[in-house]
Design a protein around this ligand. Sequence first.
Ligand code: ADP
Ligand code: MG
Length: 205
Amino acid sequence: MRDAEFFRRWMAATGAAVAREAARLTELDSPIGDADHGSNLLRGFTAVRAELTEEPPGTPGAVLQRAGRTLIDTVGGASGPLYGTLLRRTGKQLGEAAEVTDEQLRAALYAGVGAVAQLGGAAPGDKTMLDALVPGVAGLSTSYRAAADAAEHGALATVPMRARKGRASYLGERSVGHQDPGATSAALLLGALAEAADEASGGVA
Ligand code: ADP
Ligand code: MG
């Protein structure tokens, strides 16, 4: 079972990964965007960390809903409402239970990814965060590590794609040949989930 502490660790590990990779995320957002993805997420997850430590929510659902709301409130770019919706919808789906099973988390994330697709109107192949999130969540039926690997693979697979949603789509054919920043950060989110799970089982990341 996964308790609120597990979800706080997941968010903290995501924040640490974003801090580590912020420069690279912004660099990826330069040729096909406006060079702010790293700074957007760094601002968002710094605020999430403050929110979750000052007054730690007591349930898994509440942790994710608070994190999601904070991202929506603090991130100006498209990624704020999208990641915010992912976490809020996933959290809502988890309800008010003090602990949830891995299967409940998998199903909730599936719903969360569906909400991202609905909000942004994108589908896999459009060169967005969904190209990492969709295979990532599918990988959860195997293991957290498999999910992280699938998301990483999905992010790399955006390189030859032509963007059909978001800022990168304005470039048309010129968006080909660049890795999507949002798919890259989505792989960090799922990598952080695998880290939190490794930690919980006493394993080495
Ligand atoms: P902005 O594009 O407003 O500057 P960011 O740079 O923070 O916002 O985030 C850009 C990322 O957001 C893209 O790389 C892409 O993965 C994701 N994104 C943009 N639009 C959409 C959308 N409609 N659906 C899903 N993801 C999207
Ligand atoms: Mg941007």
